[in-house]
Ligand binder design. Sequence first.
Ligand code: NOJ
Ligand code: CA
Length: 675
Amino acid sequence: MKKSLVFLLLLAAVFMFSCKRSGSGFQVAIPSPDLTIHIYFALEKGKPFYMVYHKDEIVLDWSPLGYVFAGGDTLSRDLVIAGTESGAHREEWKPVWGQTALCLNEYNEYKIHLREKSGLKRKFSICFRAFNDGFGFRYIFPEQESADSVFITSELTGFNMAGNGTAWWIPGDFDSYEHLFRTTAISEIDSANTPLTLKLAENRYISIHEADLSNYPGMTIKRTGETKFSASLVPWPDGIKVKTEAPFVSPWRTVQIAEKPGDLITSCLILNLNEPNRIEDTSWIKPMKYIGIWWGMHLGIHTWHEGPRHGATTARAKEYIDFAAKHNIGGVLAEGWNTGWDSWFNGDKFDFVTPYPDFNLPEVTRYAQEKGVSLIGHHETGGHVPNYEKHMDSAFALYHSLGIHAVKTGYAGKIRPEGQHHHGQFMVNHYQKVVELAAKNRIMIDAHEPVKPTGLSRTWPNMMTREGVRGMEWNAWSEGNPPEHTTIIPFTRMLGGPVDYTPGIFDILCVRHAGERKKWNEAHLDKTRVHSTLANQLALYVVLYSPLQMAADLPGNYKDHPAFAFIEEAPVNWDVTQVLDAEIGDYITIVRKSGNNWYIGSVTDENERTMEVPMDFLSPGIDYLITLYEDGENTDLETNPADFAIREIRVKKSDTLTIKMTSGGGFAAIARPAQ
Ligand code: NOJ
Ligand code: CA
């Protein structure tokens, strides 16, 4: 097998799409524009397969393609080639916001049209796109001569690894991505959610995910053999995976391929495999930082529901607005402003328009506008989707009428109708409905308990950010997130899109209130704290990208704090992003540029490290003044995590900085041209 592939590889280097027809089969090689990646498609005895090479090594061995429909009828055999189409594409496009001001979308495309030889004689196509940084393929179903409704019970797409390696993964949970990452051999994965990131060899990292997830369930990956995997789609309550009708297209199955882990982060592949922006006037879409009546509830100091410790009062909202206005923070979130929280997890008491009596919504909005701050609305649904869908129109209309341009949504609870999952087709369609209704009302969305991002923010740039991660809140009421957590997120969850991790806790050891929290997790009550140093918290503003980025702590903990200057200045939209140095699960150093300034963020796991940071990303011929926020001499994760030091240094492109990070530590810096 391998010999014939090497032959094909050589052929592919000479011809763009080399294909071969033999008695029993058909093979084609689809090279990336730079010829480093080759996808091979083969139809062998009527069955479709694909295989992928990076340089001269196999990344994916022959893997199956196709579907099983309700009734056990398989669309993966007895196929013949009905035609092929090929093309090349190169375009640069500008995201409305993001980690980079410009994306290059360059690929070779090959479509294989297939038809069943007998029986129903169904037709479908598989479209491959080979990029320099990975590839994608999708199934395309045209209208059929037989019945048009399609019930899929299994997608047969395989991901057969040629060998073992290291995997960073969370389980293939159908309802939540809020898990700690496991680092194991590839052969020890049981089932995983995507992005699933693997190290196959030194200089070969891949991440399996999907793009343009629309009207289709989310894909998890399950292990079917030693290092063989198969798509496993999130089901409807009756076990069917996809309920649709022809014509339709599947999401893209994507595999990013990189020699350095950092190149996974700077790749535009997922966005490139989504449709261009559909919102004409984007003037109201504005990335911003925000604070919120939020952490107090997670600590148990405040409550979402009304009562003596109610968080969202008019007075507190105004206090937060004053703080935001003074400190270059664009938005203020108020959770628990509306009635229905007394039966939160039931979800059916929320109408999303009635404020609690101590929260004067029009007055708070007016005050925010007067101060140049945006109020961020909140819709917690408790997972009760029918209730939310009943009230959604009036809920968004209310915010629209008040000139509110951002809403955080939440689905903390079991999805209703009963048996639906957060990541199934029903919910994928619901989340999309919300984004489109929000767009009509000129409202940006920050979705919590969402389905994972798959690049749809290119098409709907009001879909700003989402949770879909075990975020900061877990530090308030569980054993928390270990320091390595934020050294893995950039290479896994964040490859799909922005992450509302809610960084910036300065009171690292947290005020430990009993109260409400006791009910949530008694076992961890005395362990709740943030598992990092303060400098690490600052670094997250560069390391973790979100166009709506929270300063999550209580404003009182930021007041007069010298390190808050970094959060005040941190941009939420970038022209350039570079990963200077990283080992997944150990450390990461990212630099990002906005205007003329560069921002550096670096975090380490539980190990202390001394980093040599070359300044060669800076422009030549200019001196820069760097303000560096780092772990201090006495900073200690266990005993003194909020300690930090500030240094001012003059540097130029040829310099290298030496910076020490303590266990759970990090550093953050701003470099400004000195002239
Ligand atoms: C879970 C969300 O992640 C959190 O941010 C929010 O405060 C609660 N649900 C309540 O909506
Ligand atoms: Ca959550």
